[in-house]
Design a protein around this ligand. Structure first.
Ligand code: HEC
Ligand code: HEC
Ligand code: HEC
Ligand code: HEC
Ligand code: HEC
Length: 230
């Protein structure tokens, strides 16, 4: 290989990114493929610069996916909890559960019926028309291709999952919690959303650097001990 060829090879955007770049590109959250010009976009499978989903009850970051608001989630509950989980449909966690509930739901956007797993809210180009042809990478969600749903889906039953959509307790409610430096946004590494614990409190959806998409390493239970005094 000549030096020039090596240089061009290193510049080639098609080569897989090295693990230390910790970018969403090439990660499990990269649903793009090389199958057609539209599907090569990475961000488009969750965000759009224009014509974002108009029907969400929360301030979502330019969301390009359908979210079925009729789904019912069963929250974690326990007699020793001091606070009660809210409905994830009204918090940022529903953006995760839009994929991670593992069930197909439908929403009508601008007169079109859009699947919350397979379609996007805005097609590239002159906008406002849902995108049913930019195919996501089927294998990411159907590893055995049309087989059973893979184990990583949380489902709609969250009774066996760490509580989410839950307001962080005050010292008066439960003294066994560390006080966050910012009551609304949490810590510099672990994030609260309007003072709540949500899926992206512990996870960073864009960064596979600490698997599985963690905001903070849980070595020595460091993540848990950020909040819990145990
Ligand atoms: C698999 C879905 C998904 C993909 C793909 C994705 N994002 Fe996001 N993004 C989210 C979610 C969910 C949130 C809100 C939760 C949070 O704050 O992390 C978010 C939040 C954001 C925010 C606002 C909060 C912040 O972290 O700054 C920006 C900016 C952003 N994304 C940019 C991008 C860009 C640029 C890309 C493509 C390189 C991208 N995202 C790809 C899901 C995604
Ligand atoms: C566009 C659909 C989509 C959205 C939105 C989404 N995910 Fe995922 N997520 C996936 C897929 C697909 C996989 C698994 C890919 C695989 O196993 O190859 C995955 C995997 C994961 C994993 C496991 C990673 C690993 O290394 O095993 C975590 C953790 C995760 N997602 C958290 C989140 C959180 C938290 C949010 C919201 C902030 C979110 N995801 C939003 C589609 C999505
Ligand atoms: C973001 C994750 C995700 C992606 C990407 C995805 N699917 Fe699905 N799909 C699902 C889930 C979850 C279901 C419902 C559970 C199941 O049947 O496994 C489903 C169901 C289906 C079904 C059953 C019919 C239905 O609507 O219930 C078909 C067919 C299908 N998917 C085809 C595809 C094809 C083809 C692709 C690639 C173009 C694709 N899927 C990409 C998540 C996904
Ligand atoms: C309190 C922190 C915390 C919250 C909140 C949280 N997770 Fe996790 N999650 C983790 C940790 C830690 C792991 C790694 C689990 C392990 O190593 O056993 C994980 C693992 C995962 C995985 C990988 C597969 C698995 O089940 O082990 C997925 C997918 C996932 N989380 C999605 C979500 C989604 C979706 C939400 C919101 C409904 C969520 N997480 C909320 C801490 C959290
Ligand atoms: C961002 C802060 C935060 C992080 C990080 C966190 N938790 Fe929690 N956890 C909470 C809150 C808030 C509750 C609800 C407590 C309540 O209302 O009493 C909770 C509830 C729980 C409960 C249920 C308590 C009960 O009374 O039923 C357990 C167990 C738990 N967490 C364990 C963990 C573990 C293990 C980790 C690390 C993987 C972890 N938590 C990480 C904030 C956090």
């Amino acid at each position: 290989m000549t030096l020039l060829a090596l240089f061009l090879f290193l510049l080639d955007p098609m080569v897989t990114y090295p693990p230390w770049s910790a970018s969403i590109v090439g990660s499990k959250h990269d649903l793009s493929t090389n199958w057609d010009p539209y599907s090569t976009q990475v961000c488009a499978f969750c965000h759009t610069p224009h014509f974002a989903n108009p029907s969400l009850p929360i301030q979502a970051p330019l969301w390009n996916r359908s979210v079925d608001l009729d789904k019912v989630f069963q929250p974690y509950s326990s007699p020793t909890m001091n606070t009660t989980p809210g409905n994830p449909q009204t918090t940022v966690s529903m953006l995760c559960l839009g994929c991670h509930d593992g069930t197909v739901g439908w929403e009508v956007i601008r007169g079109y019926n859009v699947s919350d797993k397979h379609d996007l809210i805005n097609a590239p180009g002159p906008g406002g028309i849902p995108d049913t042809t930019s195919w996501p990478n089927c294998q990411r969600c159907h590893p055995e291709y049309y087989g059973d749903p893979p184990a990583f889906w949380q489902g709609t039953d969250l009774r066996d999952d760490h509580p989410i959509a839950i307001v962080y307790p005050t010292a008066a409610q439960d003294p066994k919690f560390n006080l966050p430096p910012d009551l609304s946004n949490g810590w510099s590494d672990v994030k609260l959303y309007s003072g709540r614990v949500e899926c992206p409190t512990c996870h960073q959806v864009h960064d596979p650097g600490i698997p599985p998409f963690m905001r903070k390493s849980n070595q020595g239970s460091a993540l848990c001990l950020t909040c819990h005094i145990k």
